[in-house]
Each structure stands twice: as structure tokens, then as C-alpha cells.
Design a protein around this ligand. Structure first.
Ligand SMILES: *Cc1c(COP(=O)(O)O)cnc(C)c1O
Length: 357
């Protein structure tokens, strides 16, 4: 038998989660965000499962080319924009769209040689203070883009919310107001909402929404799973050893977990070399045979050790679930002091991926 450490991706969950985003904002089109290898799920498989999306968002040209080379011909938007004038040629050749978030990118488009025009999305910084042009520059840059022969049609207008996951925080309302003021009088389709905006801020719904994490069935708010979202990834392994340790025995590197009594301890074939977080503390939940067990001892590269007092009949070969169906990744993330987004992105290529409907 080979090492059975697998991420099972349920394609119907991706479809159903997209449908939930559509029901939450029926008047908006969906730009499905599949950057970072579709948050670790496999970009090509995710794009195929999400064929009902109206467009895809990726971070950069390399990600877009993976989609085009796989024969996916839906609109694709580079969310980080072009990094050099040379990329304009690739946008034209591969019929890609780009965000424009900086005056230098406007100049690159103005200086581009004649050729097929490129659809652009002008990004305005309304408070995230990462990418985007200042609200007071937006009108002038918009007009330059609208007149630029390298730009196709009317530029679209977008912004990104910094705190939409804080459901009562006034920052989101402030960002929406600044966006409205910056684009007053400008034509062009609008886009504001990420997953949290879609689920919690109807005022952020616009011509285009940009769901990311919710497509993968993970709540953008952390905490509890969002009702109706289905986890797309379930991370599995198996027990490769079970032993009875004595009270006082210390487990693993650093002896972090000391057995409080005689107890069964299991070893699962997954570790930080597979992307399981090394900083997960003792007590982080894990399922063994579908029953709750808990991490006990520091995570190793290839293995982790489990307190099996709640599953005393477990034997080597028994199934272990690290997150997904039956164990919300939100719970694991909370224990590990991170967010579901990061756990998903960090799965390494050693993990076998299996796609089921
Ligand atoms: C990643 C990203 C999204 C999706 O965010 P989620 O929180 O995963 O929904 C939307 N818009 C932009 C610009 C992004 O970079």
C-alpha cells in the first residue's frame, strides 16, 4: 500500500457554493477568484467545476496562462495587474483582462504598440491601502484609459474591502462611500465585494462580485462554518501506528505532550511536509474513524501524533481526517492561530489530489 495522504476535492461543492453566491446577489455577475492554484484546490479542475462563473480572477499572468493552456476560454482577469509593458502582448495574445491599479500601468498601455485592445478594470484604493489609485486621481486616470487605443471599451471600476469580515465595522461603509464619490459620473461596470462582502454587505453588491474563499466552502468570517456552504476539500490520512503509552511519557520532538495517564496514542502519516500547520497546538481536533481525537505533541515533517483516548479501539490503517467534511477547517484554523485560507494554500505537492463529483 502507498502512503494514503490525500486531499479529496468535491467538485459539486464548488458548484453549489458558487450557486449560493449567486442566490445571495442575484443581480451580480460572478468573477470567481481562483488565484494561488484555486486556494490550493487545483486551478484547472476548479475552473472546470466553476464553469457557471462569468469570469475568473487570478493573481498574475502565469496563473492565467495555465488556464488558457488547459483550453479554458472564459474571461480571465489579472488581479495584480501587469508587471511590465511586455505583458501587454501576452494579454492580447491570450485575450486576458487586467486590473490597472497604478499610473505607471496607464502609461504602459498608452505607449503600447498598435494591437488588439485589452479590457481593463481601474482599481481605486478606498481604504485597503494596498493596491489601487487614490480616489482623487481616479477620474483623470479613468479618462486616459477611456481614450487609450490599447484599452477596449469602457474601463470597469473596482475597489477591495479591507474589513468586510468584521460585520459591524464602520470601515466598510466608509469604503463604499469613498468609492461612490470617486466614481460619480463615470460610466463602467462596478465591482466591490469579496466573499465577506457578498455574504454580509448587500450594499457592496455591484455589477460584478468577486467570490473567493466561499467557493471553497470556507467562511470568510472564521469562527463557525457558514450555513449552506459545503467544504470542497477534505484532507485525509491514515494511522500508521498505535501504541499504549504510560503516564509521564513525553511524545515527539521537544516532549511537548506528556501523557497524563496510561493512554493510547496514534501516529498519522501527515505532517508539515504535507502542509499541516506545524504550529498547531495540543488539542487541535482531528477525526479518527470519524470520531474526535486530538493532536498530542509537536507536528513532525511526515507525521503527527494523536491522543486516542476517545477512540481506544483505533488500529493502524484506520482513516484520519484533518479537515473538511465532518471537521470544519474554521475550527482547525482557530486552534492553529490562522485562517482557513492559509491552511488551504499550504498543502504541498506531496499530497495526492482526488477529484470526485
Ligand atoms: C483574493 C481576492 C478576492 C477574493 O477574496 P475572498 O476573501 O477569498 O472572497 C476578491 N478580490 C480581490 C481583488 C482579491 O485579491
Amino acid at each position: 500500500m502507498t502512503r494514503d495522504t490525500r486531499a479529496v476535492i468535491r467538485c459539486s461543492a464548488l458548484r453549489d457554493n458558487l450557486a449560493l453566491a449567486r442566490r445571495a446577489a442575484p443581480a451580480s455577475r460572478q468573477l470567481a477568484v481562483i488565484k494561488a492554484n484555486a486556494y490550493g484546490h487545483g486551478i484547472v479542475a476548479a475552473a472546470r467545476a466553476l464553469e457557471a462563473a462569468d469570469a475568473f480572477g487570478v493573481a498574475c499572468l502565469d496563473e492565467a496562462l495555465i488556464l488558457r493552456e488547459a483550453g479554458i476560454d472564459k474571461p480571465v482577469v489579472l488581479l495584480e495587474g501587469i508587471l511590465s509593458a511586455a505583458e501587454i502582448e501576452a494579454l492580447r495574445q491570450w485575450r486576458l483582462e487586467t486590473v490597472v491599479h497604478h499610473a505607471a500601468q496607464v502609461a504602459m498601455l498608452e505607449q503600447a504598440p498598435a494591437g488588439r485592445p485589452v479590457p481593463v478594470w481601474l482599481k481605486i484604493d478606498t481604504g485597503m491601502h494596498r493596491l489601487g489609485v487614490a480616489p482623487e486621481e481616479a477620474g483623470a486616470l479613468y479618462r486616459r484609459l477611456a481614450e487609450c487605443p490599447a484599452v477596449r471599451g469602457t474601463p470597469r471600476l473596482m475597489t477591495h474591502l479591507a474589513r468586510a469580515d468584521e460585520r459591524t465595522d464602520p470601515a466598510t461603509k466608509r469604503q463604499l462611500r469613498i468609492f461612490d464619490e470617486a466614481i460619480a459620473g463615470l460610466d463602467g461596470e462596478r465591482s466591490v465585494a469579496n466573499s465577506a462582502g457578498i455574504l454580509a454587505w448587500p450594499a457592496a453588491h455591484a455589477d460584478w462580485n468577486r467570490p473567493g474563499i466561499l467557493l471553497y466552502g470556507v467562511s470568510p468570517f472564521g469562527g463557525e462554518p457558514w450555513p449552506g456552504l459545503a467544504p470542497a476539500m477534505t484532507l485525509h490520512s491514515t494511522l500508521i501506528a498505535v501504541k499504549r503509552l504510560r503516564r509521564g511519557d513525553a511524545i515527539g520532538y521537544g516532549g511537548r505532550f506528556v501523557c497524563p495517564e496510561d493512554m493510547p496514542v496514534g501516529v498519522a502519516a501527515i505532517g508539515y511536509g504535507d502542509g499541516y500547520p506545524r504550529h498547531a497546538p495540543d488539542g487541535t481536533p482531528v477525526l479518527v474513524n470519524g470520531r474526535p481525537a486530538a493532536l498530542a505533541g509537536t507536528v513532525s515533517m511526515d507525521m503527527l501524533t494523536l491522543d486516542l483516548r476517545n477512540v481506544p479501539d483505533a488500529v493502524p490503517g484506520d482513516p484520519v481526517t484533518l479537515w473538511g467534511e465532518g471537521l470544519p477547517i474554521e475550527t482547525v484554523a482557530r486552534h492553529a492561530g490562522t485562517i482557513g485560507y492559509e491552511l488551504l494554500c499550504k498543502i504541498t505537492p506531496r499530497v495526492r489530489f482526488e477529484y470526485v463529483d
